[in-house]
Each structure stands twice: as structure tokens, then as C-alpha cells.
Design a protein around this ligand. Structure first.
Ligand code: I24
Ligand code: DGL
Length: 273
């Protein structure tokens, strides 16, 4: 089945999901769109997130994708349901896989979830968790400081520990046992977050679980690539291809094949190239 898997995100953060997909499914071809010019989505009104997300999806449908992965937590939280209803191909978001993974490991059914303002406000994780287990207790916290922290590349420093500790302060004294990293960027802060909350808390990265879900669905629908071949991936960015390439090549470790510029909506005027 030579059709590619389509992946969309607000920017480069979804590469954490793409990398997991490439690792678990090395024969699958990916087409990725990162809306870097209009990133971040996390603090935008939901109608804007909805419109931008649909623009990316429409572009990918022209590429004959066999499946769509909404790698952005904010976009998943806001538009997944309506996208699923509208498309005939399987659509996977990052929220439900994260919720299922958390419910698999929680020992006392008490889960905390951190994400962008958009993700937390939508209540998408709470809904996904309660849908599977109505007795679950959920704490939600927006951590708007985390995305800039990762993007500044300061995710290993002493100062980072302080900012993470301060952001997670509202969760102190709350007896959750599992913490969902409900944002594409947060896995890069995994070790810092773990040291702040303590080793007794299980951290869940949605990206890893999402790749597993992609694998399960492609297998079930008999859509997996099985031949002997190395796939060629394509990455589109609405922003600077140079800056996107610098991050993608470092993060994807050689898996990047081609990076192109894409215009969506009025993103041409956002461009800094
Ligand atoms: N990490 C992210 N975003 C950035 C960045 C980064 N700059 C350095 N690093 N910039 O997200 C966002 C805005 N850019 C994007 C590209 O086009 C122009 C605007 C996290 C990426 C997670 C896959 C640090 C850095 C890196 C490589 C890999 C990981 C990483 F350079 F955190
Ligand atoms: N991709 C977004 C998410 O996972 C984080 C970056 C943004 O706010 O756009 O929620």
C-alpha cells in the first residue's frame, strides 16, 4: 500500500510524533505539514485553530493519503470529531491514545494532564478519560511557559527546572499518580518534569502511544506497507524552510527527505524568507 500517511501540526512539535511513527513503522511514507508561520495554536481562539487545521487537511487530501494523523494536541482537542465525521480515511489524534495509555498504568485512577490553554480549555482529555472510565479523577493544568522553553532550546538548564517547578506548583499536594504530557513539545521536558514531580509518578507521552495506534489501525485495515523499500518523506512548512530544516534534520536524524514551502490561507504574508 504505497499511499502516504498524512501528518499535520501547528509547527515543528509534531516531529516528536513523526519520529515515533518512523521508528515504529520504518516502511511507511509520511507527508507532514507544519503551520510554522501561524504557530503557536495553543493560545488561539478555537475557531481559528479549526480553520487553520482544515486548511492543512484539505492540502493533504490532494496527496491521496491513506490515513491522517493530527499530531497537535490543540488541533486534536478542537477539531478531531468533525474531521473524523467528514473524512472516509482513518483519522488519529493524539488525545485518545494518551488517555488510554494513562488509564492502563494509573494505580489509583487519579490522572493529571498538562497542555496548552486551548487543549485544557477544551476539556478533551477529561472527556476522553471519562468516556473510558467514568470513575477517573482528572486534574488539568495549562502550562503556557513550556512551549517557548523548549523552542528556546533551554530544556536542559537549571533555569528550566525552576520554570517547570513553578508552572507545576498548582499540582503540588494533589495525589495523582499518572501525568499526561498533553502537548507535542513536552516530551522534550520529560526528564525535568520527572525530577520535579518525583519518580513515583508515571509520565505519559501521547506521541509514542499515537504511533502505536497508527500501527494498529493500518494493520487492522490491511493498509500497512510491507515491501522492501526505504520510504521518502516530504515535509511542508508554511514558514521558513531553512529554519524548519535545521530543526527537522537534527530531530529526525536522517529520516528527512524533502522540505518544501507551502502557502496556506494568507501565510505568504507571514513568511520571513
Ligand atoms: N525546538 C522547537 N521549535 C523551535 C526548537 C526551535 N528552535 C530550536 N529548537 N522553533 O520545537 C520554533 C519556531 N521555528 C520553527 C522552525 O521554523 C521557524 C520557526 C521543538 C521541536 C521538537 C521536535 C530546539 C530543538 C532543535 C532540534 C530538535 C529539538 C529541539 F533545534 F528542541
Ligand atoms: N502543537 C501544539 C500542541 O501540541 C503546541 C504548540 C502550539 O501551541 O501550537 O498543543
Amino acid at each position: 500500500m504505497k499511499r502516504p500517511i498524512g501528518i499535520i501540526d501547528s509547527g515543528v512539535g509534531g516531529l516528536t510524533v513523526a519520529k515515533e511513527i518512523a521508528r515504529q513503522l520504518p516502511k511507511e511514507e509520511m507527508i507532514y505539514i507544519g503551520d510554522t508561520a501561524r504557530c503557536p495554536y495553543g493560545s488561539r481562539p478555537s475557531q481559528e485553530v479549526r480553520a487553520f487545521t482544515w486548511e492543512m487537511i484539505e492540502r493533504l487530501l490532494d496527496e491521496n493519503i491513506k490515513m491522517l494523523v493530527i499530531a497537535c494536541n490543540t488541533a486534536t482537542a478542537v477539531v478531531l470529531e468533525e474531521v473524523r465525521e467528514a473524512l472516509s480515511i482513518p483519522v488519529v489524534g493524539v488525545v485518545q491514545p494518551g488517555a488510554i495509555a494513562a488509564l492502563k498504568v494509573t494505580t489509583r485512577n487519579h490522572i493529571a494532564v498538562i497542555g496548552t490553554e486551548g487543549t485544557v480549555t477544551s476539556g478533551a482529555y477529561v472527556k476522553a478519560l471519562e468516556m473510558i472510565n467514568e470513575k477517573v479523577k482528572v486534574e488539568s493544568l495549562a502550562c503556557p511557559a513550556f512551549v517557548p522553553l523548549v523552542e528556546q532550546g533551554t530544556y536542559n538548564r537549571e533555569e528550566t527546572y525552576k520554570i517547570v517547578k513553578k508552572s507545576l506548583d498548582p499540582l503540588f499536594g494533589v495525589s495523582f499518580d499518572t501525568l499526561i504530557l498533553g502537548c507535542t513539545h513536552y516530551p522534550l521536558l520529560h526528564d525535568v518534569i520527572q525530577s520535579v514531580v518525583g519518580d513515583h509518578i508515571s509520565l505519559i507521552s501521547s506521541g509514542e502511544e499515537t504511533a502505536r495506534e497508527v500501527s494498529t489501525i493500518l494493520n487492522y485495515k490491511e493498509l500497512l506497507c510491507t515491501g522492501i523499500r526505504t520510504p521518502r518523506h516530504t515535509f511542508y512548512t508554511t514558514g521558513s524552510t531553512k529554519r524548519f530544516a535545521a530543526i527537522a534534520n537534527r530531530w529526525m536524524e536522517g529520516a528527512v527527505t524533502e522540505i518544501s514551502k507551502l502557502s496556506l490561507g494568507n501565510t505568504a504574508s507571514f513568511s520571513m524568507e
